[in-house]
Design a binder for this molecule. Sequence first.
Ligand code: NAP
Length: 268
Amino acid sequence: MPTDKLNFSCVLVTGGARGIGKALAEYFVHLGKKVILVGRNEWNFSAAAKEIDAEAYYVLDVGVSADIPAFVERITKEHPELDCIVNNAGVQRQIDIVDGDLEDFLSKADQEIDINIRGPLHLTMNLLLHLRSKPQATIVNVSSLLAFLPTRMASPVYNGTKAWLHFWTMNLRTALERVNDNIRVIGIAPPSVGTDLHREAEDPDDNKKHKSPTALTIEEFMEEIEPKLERGDYFIGAGPGVQLIERWQQNFEPVYESAVAKIKWGKP
Ligand SMILES: NC(=O)c1ccc[n+]([C@@H]2O[C@H](COP(=O)([O-])OP(=O)(O)OC[C@H]3O[C@@H](n4cnc5c(N)ncnc54)[C@H](OP(=O)(O)O)[C@@H]3O)[C@@H](O)[C@H]2O)c1
């Protein structure tokens, strides 16, 4: 199995007890990596860790950023070999901009921002010095196709959080490349995949194949992204999302690269 591009030995996967996170965690176990699951529900995570033969699991709500520094201190002490993080945990709240109740809207929106934005931001930044101390390390961020085309009006804040994660991934990669770091930064932007993500939607199964024929099953999704991870792609889509992401890359990456090349680094 060609895994030289996935040259980490110990990976922390947030939200790895089900869905895409669990499938990624299982894949990494299969590749012989030590896998650590992180999530908010102890029972789910202890069961999933046992099922997929993960090295360990930790209870952490990634949306509570105040808990992250102590968590990072503990995990790097207990697993100093940690050299990869997969920021996968995410929620999609259904909120109505026009007819919703203001308090309800804002509390759901804040929770989404805490989990989908502050979670990966605080985890990555608190872990960065540790990862930079490794000869090689990897950061994987799971955004969404909706980051490129926010067509799901039922989740307008979610769409924005995923766009943020995509742009953060680009800037993080650029910043680390500038200092010649050995950290690879990878973005995965799934299309509709049949998981429990839409549990709050009017139809919670609208991301499943029997309701939406263009949606991928988790198995189809993994089958498509595994070879892309193994050959070292840094920006990974799947299924019907590939074309859109390629169009975005073709149009905007050269503009981004040329703007970055002109930056006079030193001052923010
Ligand atoms: N499925 C799709 O169609 C799709 C499409 C594009 C992008 N994505 C992205 O893929 C990632 C995985 O989603 P999924 O589809 O696998 O959904 P999922 O089945 O709902 O799994 C999400 C995982 O994240 C965990 N999580 C949520 N909030 C958390 C928190 N505050 N702290 C720690 N863990 C938390 C969940 O734990 P609990 O079990 O405690 O809820 C669960 O294990 C998400 O970032 C999502 O936005 C999914």
